[in-house]
Design a protein around this ligand. Structure first.
Ligand SMILES: Cc1ncc(C[n+]2csc(CCOP(=O)(O)OP(=O)(O)O)c2C)c(N)n1
Ligand SMILES: [Mg+2]
Length: 600
């Protein structure tokens, strides 16, 4: 395809479609046909999958009964990519898509991505299969090793619900229930395990499906008027209110409502680089830079606060601990979050237990405008605050800072959705001014998710006019690299910039800390960490899968030009990877690193 064709195609924006030949009309259907029809009724636009005999019935139904549309199949080369794509899709457009994985083995491959989706509160309809559960119907050997008792147990601790329906009507009910649960906040993945025999059983005429609208998720829960009043009163009386803008939606209206909330109160606002953009980082009230841990300015702002409002802030207790240590928090705390509905015993992703003086058990998006409306007249604009500026890198080293600077220049005239930043990123490097400017990290800290998440988000944003880009570490890229083929095959335009320090560098820093603590040679920190000798040709790995590969870029003076070329190619419809050889070192003032007290 030449550049002109690419341009025409990307303007129209449909992804590549693997078109099946027509299937003859039939008066009788199979169990999996009913299940497939139910997936369509539930409005799942895509299902990302890796195939397997345990769901060959459903596979056939999606291709031959549904004609491979609504949902359309997206083949992935690894189950982890399938689920990561579904998570990335939900991150960008807040719609749920599906992922299908084979029996126990496919599910085992998928687990880390399921955990990421769980921690990220991202809805994913995960379908799997087993069996036949009826042992008398199993093929020798393979059906036996791919049948396990209670397969859902593999993911039960980090899914909202799972089920193995025993009949076709039960499967319909399971899918309706799963979709409703996944789409209800706090959202998350659900798993439905479809017995192979149930899929492959002939059921006769197509049954009438229930009206899915009657099984839809409930509307958001509103906070009670008493709580709204109390919050408004507490905030109106506050001299130094601070808003921790955490897990919020991608709605532009809600974004503007948060700005109005902060401006009415003249409250300082802190954001978190682990989460998607929640507030303009160049607003004078924003106390930045956003990091995984608190930087000096937001820590100082919190120390002085008299009322702290958490908008579903991820790890409120840990954040407060960074400022106040083990002493009681002097400020009054308003917690606005539904997250405790997802807190379970197996995983500690609930984080520490924060204090709260007022608790609104609802999503922040619904509470913010109600509280704002209950506040007195807006306070006078503070004149002592200025918007943060982006520092300019010095010297000619290819640092992550230099990469960020060149990336900003190369994308200055483009609306970008940055789906990921690498671990060495400093929140000062780039401003976020729109809810789709940045989508946050994977949730579970599972390396290898960057590409899958980015592809899912790029799919969700097709036709939006936004260029989807991910800046990922080389370790993250390499663990998930085969996800690229899916983007190339389905022609989902995407820019991937690899901050390639040829190392699992984050862990070099850990080895350094241990060596220092034990009085051992720090020089050995690279052993078992560096990805060199041989260096891996990342651009070639992209090209091998039908994407474009640029680099390695080794000089600062060629960075911007290379990135600009990549941006142009992605705008023409390409999947483009730029391998940038960055120094193995993080910015000394990096906000993404723990402060001295929490460095361990
Ligand atoms: C699945 C998984 N394995 C290992 C880790 C531990 N780990 C955390 S960061 C990291 C290094 C990531 O390397 P890269 O993406 O290149 O970023 P860098 O640290 O070099 O900046 C590793 C191995 C993890 N978080 N997840
Ligand atoms: Mg690295």
């Amino acid at each position: 395809m030449n550049a002109k064709d690419m341009k025409a195609r990307s303007a129209a924006a449909p992804i590549h479609f693997d078109a099946p030949v027509d299937s003859p009309p039939q008066s009788e259907v199979w169990g999996s046909d009913v299940i497939a029809a139910c997936l369509r009724a539930l409005d799942l636009p895509y299902i990302a999958l890796n195939p397997g005999a345990s769901y060959r019935g459903l596979h056939d139904s999606v291709v031959n009964f549904l004609g491979n549309t609504r949902p359309q199949m997206l083949l992935t080369l690894h189950e982890e990519s399938a689920v990561a794509i579904a998570q990335g899709y939900a991150k960008a457009c807040e719609r749920m898509m599906g992922a299908v994985v084979h029996s126990n083995v496919g599910l085992m491959h998928a687990t880390m991505a399921v955990f990421n989706a769980w921690c990220d509160r991202a809805p994913v309809m995960l379908l799997g299969a087993t069996g036949p559960w009826d042992a008398a119907r199993r093929r020798p050997w393979i059906d036996w090793i791919h049948t396990v008792s209670d397969q859902g147990a593999l993911v039960r601790d980090y899914t909202k619900w799972d089920n193995q329906p025993g009949s076709v009507p039960a499967a319909i009910e399971a899918l309706l229930r799963a979709a409703r649960i996944a789409r209800t906040a706090p959202r998350g993945p659900v798993y439905v395990n479809l017995d192979a025999a149930l899929q492959e059983a002939k059921v006769g005429a197509m049954p009438v499906l229930p009206d899915v609208a009657r099984y839809a998720e409930p509307p958001p829960v509103l906070p009670g008027p008493v709580q709204v009043e109390s919050a408004a009163r507490m905030l109106a009386a506050a001299a130094r209110p601070v808003i921790l803008a955490g897990r919020v939606s991608r709605s532009l209206q809600s974004w503007q409502e948060r700005i109005a909330f902060a401006e009415t109160l003249q409250a300082r606002v802190i954001t978190d680089i682990k989460q998607a953009a929640a507030f303009p980082t160049d607003h004078p009230l924003h106390a930045g830079p956003p990091g995984s841990f608190l930087a000096a300015e937001p820590a100082a702002v919190l120390r002085e606060a008299d009322v702290i409002v958490s908008l579903d802030w991820n790890d409120l207790a840990g954040t407060l601990k960074q400022v106040f240590g083990d002493t009681p928090v002097p400020a009054r705390v308003i917690q606005i979050s539904l997250d405790q509905h997802s807190h379970r015993g197996w995983s500690a992703d609930h984080q520490g237990l924060p204090p709260s003086d007022l608790y609104l058990l609802c999503e922040p998006d619904v509470a913010v405008p109600l509280i704002t409306a209950a506040l007195p007249a807006p306070r006078a604009r503070r004149t002592d605050l200025a918007p943060a500026t982006i520092p300019v890198p010095r010297g000619d080293a290819v640092s992550i800072h230099a990469l960020a600077h060149a990336f900003n220049a190369a994308t200055a005239a483009v609306d970008v959705c940055l789906t990921r930043v690498p671990l060495g990123w400093n929140g000062q490097y780039r401003h976020f001014r729109h809810p789709l400017d940045y989508l946050g990290t994977d949730g579970g800290g599972g390396i290898g998710s960057g590409l899958g998440n980015a592809i899912g988000s790029a799919l969700a944003l097709l036709g939006s006019g936004r260029l989807t880009a991910a800046i990922v570490g080389d370790g993250d890229f390499l663990m998930g690299v085969t996800a690229l083929w899916t983007a190339a095959h389905y022609r989902i335009p995407l820019l991937v910039v690899v901050a390639n320090n040829r190392s699992f560098f984050n862990d070099e820093m850990h080895q350094e800390r241990v060596a220092v603590a034990r009085g051992r040679p720090v020089e050995n920190k690279w052993i078992g960490q560096r990805i060199s000798e041989p260096d891996i040709d990342l651009a070639a790995m992209a090209r091998a899968q039908g994407a474009e590969g640029i680099g390695p870029v080794t000089r600062v003076d060629e960075l911007e030009r290379m990135l600009a070329r990549a941006v142009e190619r992605v705008r023409e419809g390409a999947v483009c990877v730029v391998d940038v050889r960055v120094l193995p070192g993080y910015d000394a003032n990096m906000s993404g690193q723990p402060s001295a007290a929490h460095k361990r």
